[in-house]
Ligand binder design. Structure first.
Ligand code: HEM
Length: 740
């Protein structure tokens, strides 16, 4: 202590007596730091301004305001974040619903506009089928026609900036002689020259075949997914992606015959209807107003069981729970109902379980059913412990990771080097915590995969057995684990979300719901009860006879595409022909009269330059009033009625309706999802009337002759990289009387 004091004193004395060497330099040092900071800020500002000006040559451009968005766990707990934090902007949903008005307001060609993201990242926002298909699928045909027509390629609506052009001109003047000296004819590209795009294509050839064929790639726009799905088919690139996609198609989609799929989906429907909902109905007998429950988690449990069984063939772990053996969350319900006898009829409990067995689906004899049922119960004892403990955490985690990944992509962390995000961002720590249960669950799926199942088949393929990960000693390669995470998520989340939105729309439209129920029941009939097959069983051939069911699913996916946008990076310049009037003649390409979105005449093409990112807004495409009549209305009839069909340009135009995206990186699980959605919906609607209590309240307030406008009851979207109804979806299930 005394030593310290004397040291201080001596320092003070020294300071009074002599000039410290740093004294004079200190303000200069500060000044230098300040200058450096100012020049850094100025160069960033200049760079952003420069990029904006360059983009504005082609499209209206806005500057993205950087911010540190962090994931807020309060958004997931079912309490409306708006109510708690009135000033807080909801994550993502506003930017989805406002996209069309924004495109309209900015009025670029095809409604496109651009954003300068970060310092110089260019993002083009697309909500029109012509640019959308050019970017996603490549559009060589239209490009060729365009070139052959000899039409002069001019710029689109040009916003002139005098200073920008003066500086650019001066720079070109200085640079051109040097460029001529040092560049080869192939690399001398100028985006504005006719044919430039093909030359760019040659010089910037990427190793990715996809990039060559479509002029766009997912890389690096999806890199922030990699902590989640690693190098699975969703995030992989180039040749790695190509071989992985071929393998997954072969082992999953190729192996799935109709009989297997029907059996598995009916098994999942049993778990939902005879298991969970049955329990809820019993509980609700004491509840005033019947059983009002959040259907989203129920559907998630149903679809995770389904995809898990499909990829592992492990039928024991998620077998329907009619006797109080439910997993996870549903256990809570069941615990409280111990002592209440199940009401499932002997017919359904004996035959539904039986109908689940793949091999027995073909043979179907009573003896085999009983044998199989015993097997299921035996295997359940073995597996349930682990699955039961992991499932609730897994579902919570995947719901959360959807939001974390979106928050990341909207935050400044996305633009900074990955190591910075890992080191400094609290979001990364949250992400890692969340990934724990997801990895564990996928690990278990890989270990439980039976012989001949898609995961087991994948494990033998070179595409999925190269990279040994940390779990190598447990016999699971990192590649396989990544794929399991990808497939479990893609198979579960999207189907559950789409069904949730469909039930939401039907609950707000009882008339159409009844129409659907009638169709389903007329096809399924009161079915002569067959001892060997459950009368609830719905097959693919049955749903083929239900056009209204098909229309309802299509319409729900139009209004609520669960992947509201996809992103690509352009690998070569893409020139989009001038916009034409979209009239009844439905010519979107190649006509001579050109109308911009704002209505002004123009005769220019638009060239989106290589390395630009393109955000294809599926949500905007599906609600574009130029493509759909009554775009915000739920009108399933539009898909059936020839008169209504004529009013929708979107039904004929490739790229206008793309809930599964399009091009080489379209949804790989589409054939699976198409069947799953229809079968599950048919089963639900056949048994239950779904009622939104808010609709009832609104209807009760109105006069009998009033038309109930349900738009105000539509749920907001909880935006993750897939969208779910915000704060859950509370519905009441009422058993259809004639089924009792
Ligand atoms: C309603 C159901 C579904 C919808 C709406 C849907 C939608 C989509 C969309 C829009 C994409 C493109 C994503 C992008 O480029 O960013 C996609 C990709 C993908 N989907 Fe689906 N999907 C559904 C169901 C499924 C199912 C059941 C599976 C598999 C089990 C699946 C597996 C995949 C995979 C692996 C990809 C990535 C393909 C690639 O990059 O090559 N999806 N899906």
């Amino acid at each position: 202590m005394s030593n310290g004091t004397s040291l201080l004193h001596s320092c003070a004395a020294h300071e009074t007596n002599s000039v410290h060497p740093i004294d004079g330099a200190f303000p200069e040092f500060l000044l230098a730091v300040l200058l450096a900071l100012v020049s850094l800020a100025a160069s960033v500002w200049l760079q952003r301004w420069w990029t904006k000006c360059a983009l504005e040559e082609q499209l209206p451009t806005v500057l993205w305001t950087p911010r540190f968005v962090n994931y807020d766990p309060r958004e997931e707990d079912g309490v409306d974040a708006d109510q708690r934090h009135p000033k807080k902007q909801k994550m993502g949903s506003g930017s989805i619903t406002n996209i069309l008005p924004k495109m309209e307001r900015l009025g670029g060609p095809y409604g496109m506009y651009a954003t300068v993201y970060g310092v110089s990242t260019k993002v083009v926002h697309v909500g029109h089928p012509v640019p959308a298909r050019a970017i996603l699928a490549g559009n060589p045909a239209s490009a060729a026609t365009f070139a052959e027509s000899g039409m002069e390629i001019k710029l689109g609506e040009r916003r002139t900036n005098v200073v920008y052009h003066a500086v650019k001109g001066a720079m070109l003047w200085v640079r051109t002689p040097f460029l001529r000296l040092f560049s080869s004819p192939l690399s001398a590209t100028n985006g504005r020259n006719k044919g430039a795009s093909s030359r760019n294509g040659l010089t910037r050839r990427s190793s990715s075949l996809l990039a060559q064929t479509t002029g766009s790639t997912k890389n690096p726009a999806y890199d922030h997914f990699k902590n989640f799905s690693g190098e699975g088919v969703f995030t992989a690139n180039g040749m790695d992606w190509k071989s992985k996609r071929a393998s997954v198609l072969h082992c999953l989609v190729g192996q799935l015959n109709d009989a297997k799929l029907e059996v598995e989906v009916n098994r999942a429907a049993d778990a939902l209807l005879e298991g969970e909902l049955n329990m809820i109905m019993q509980l609700a007998s004491d509840e005033e107003g019947g059983a009002v429950r959040d259907v989203v988690p129920m559907l998630q449990r149903c679809t995770i069981g389904l995809i898990y069984r499909i990829i592992t063939h492990d039928v024991a772990s998620f077998a329907p729970c009619r006797d109080g053996e439910a997993n996870g969350e549903s256990n809570r319900i069941i615990d409280t109902t111990r002592g209440i006898a199940t009401t499932s009829s002997p017919r359904s409990s004996a035959t539904s379980l039986a109908a689940m067995d793949t091999s027995l689906a073909e043979k179907s004899t009573e003896l085999n059913y009983k044998h199989h049922q015993t097997n299921i119960h035996h295997e359940k004892k073995h597996h349930n412990q682990t699955i039961e403990s992991l499932l609730p955490n897994y579902l919570r985690s995947v719901t959360k990771i959807r939001m974390i990944i979106l928050a990341q992509s909207r935050s400044i962390w996305y633009l900074l080097p990955r190591w910075m995000y890992r080191l400094f961002s609290p979001m990364y720590r949250e992400e890692e915590r969340t990934m724990g249960p997801i990895r564990e669950f996928a690990q278990l799926a890989c270990q439980n995969a039976r012989e001949g199942s898609p995961l087991e088949l994948l494990s033998k393929r070179a595409s999925h057995s190269t990279k040994e990960g940390s779990d190598g000693e447990r016999g699971v390669s990192q590649d396989l684990l990544d794929e399991a995470i990808t497939l479990l998520f893609a198979g579960q989340d999207t189907s559950a979300a789409t069904l949730s939105w469909t039930l939401h729309l039907l609950s707000l439209d009882p008339r159409r719901q009844e129409k659907l129920a009638q169709e389903v029941r007329s096809v399924l009939g009161d079915s002569d009860i067959d001892f060997t097959r459950d009368s609830d069983f719905v097959s693919k051939s049955m749903i083929a006879q239900m056009p209204y069911l098909d229309a309802v699913i299509k319409e729900s996916m139009r209004l609520y595409p669960v992947a509201p946008f996809v992103v690509r990076k352009l690998t070569s310049d893409i020139t989009i022909p001038p916009e034409v009037n979209i009239g009844n003649q439905n010519r979107m390409n190649g006509a001579t009269t050109v109308t911009t979105a704002a209505g002004a005449k123009s005769s220019g093409a638009t060239t989106l330059s290589s390395s630009t990112f393109a955000c294809i807004w599926i949500y905007a495409l599906h609600r574009n009033p130029k493509l759909w009549h009554s775009p915000d209305e739920f009108v399933p009839e539009r898909w059936i009625d020839p008169e209504l069909r004529k009013k929708d340009n979107g039904q004929e135009e490739p790229g206008a309706y793309i809930p599964f995206a399009m091009g080489p990186r379209n949804c790989l699980g589409r054939p699976l999802a198409q069947v799953v959605l229809r079968l599950l919906l048919a089963r639900i609607i056949r048994k239950y009337i779904v009622v939104d209590p808010r609709y009832e309240t609104l209807e009760a307030r109105l006069d009998k002759n009033d038309v109930v406008d349900t738009k105000c009851l539509r749920k907001d979207m909880q935006a993750g990289f897939t969208v779910l109804p915000s704060n859950g979806l509370m519905l009441r299930f009422v058993e259809r009387l004639d089924d009792v």
